[in-house]
Write a protein that binds this ligand. Structure first.
Ligand SMILES: [Fe+2]
Length: 284
């Protein structure tokens, strides 16, 4: 197990960051057994897919390009950060850790869990932003400083947002206060060194900066919301009806009839029945 959830559960449920200066030696030894994590060079030698390059204008994933492992090093040498997505495909060990973390913290089987590897040159990092994901960062090489602040502008974002960029139209519908112009007050700082682990709660503001060349392994979880579960259940229910499958011809009378049928059906809906479907299908 990558962390002891009993130590961490209070922070998790309070949506507070949780920092472990050095994880246990069993985890570090297991990571040493994965040659692609030893250095950026060994990762590039073994990486089969494309690499995301973060362009210097925004210091953010919102401004990036895709390249291959061969060309990635020259971007890195020019001071640009690299992101290796879905790194767990290279390692059954990482896949097992992703699954055990997901189960330990009680996320749905429909969760998209993956490993991301960030290679960040000295002095670089990410601009202030928040994500819709739940994230655990395990520092492999170098030092990375994280600054994390609570998000008082909105709870439970459905998408990522970077400070200073336009707010997406859907997010505007649930934004509770104006977006800040700089890292909001109440920020905490964490210095991650090799072997450090940081839990970054969903939705909190954060920025990073590397001191020396830094390599970090992220365990990132995009978990379904209640909206996702009920929407999946609703579609599963309605699709058995040829009337609901009919092409919408914009007749209000017909639509009202269908909604009345649905309203009569809803009182019999139970969480247990829906979860029985989502959690079984998701684990396959
Ligand atoms: Fe982030």
């Amino acid at each position: 197990m990558v962390f002891d959830f009993s130590e961490f559960s209070a922070s998790y449920f309070a949506r507070r960051p949780f920092f472990v200066p050095k994880v246990n030696s069993g985890i570090l030894d297991a990571l040493e057994g994965l040659p692609f994590l030893h250095s950026l060079e060994s990762l590039l030698d073994r990486w089969p897919g494309s690499v995301q390059v973060h362009l210097p204008d925004l210091r953010d994933e919102a401004s990036s390009l895709e390249t291959d492992a061969e060309r990635a090093l020259s971007f890195y040498a020019q001071g640009m950060g690299l992101l290796f997505n879905d790194a767990h495909v290279l390692s059954p060990l990482l896949q097992g850790w992703l699954q055990s973390i997901r189960q330990e913290i009680g996320l749905s089987a429909l969760t998209y869990g993956r490993n991301l590897i960030y290679a960040t040159p000295d002095g670089q990092g990410t601009a202030t932003h928040f994500d819709q994901n739940i994230n655990f960062v395990l520092q492999l090489r170098g030092i990375k400083r994280w600054t994390i602040a609570p998000n008082t502008q909105l709870k439970n974002p459905m998408t990522r947002h970077t400070l200073g960029l336009p707010v997406d139209p859907e997010m505007l519908t649930y934004l509770e206060a104006p977006m800040p112009t700089q890292m909001p007050p109440g920020a905490e700082s964490f210095e991650l060194r090799p072997g450090s682990l940081l839990y970054v709660p969903r939705g909190c503001w954060h920025s990073t900066e590397a001191e020396g060349d830094a390599l970090a392994l992220n365990f990132t979880f995009t978990a379904p919301t209640w909206i996702d579960l009920v929407t999946a259940a609703l579609r599963g229910r309605l699709i058995s009806s040829s009337d609901w499958r009919d092409t919408a011809d914009l007749s209000e009378e017909k639509f009202d009839g269908l909604l009345q049928d649905l309203i009569q059906d809803l009182p019999s809906w139970r969480a247990r029945d829906i979860l029985a479907v989502t959690e079984v299908s998701g684990d396959q």
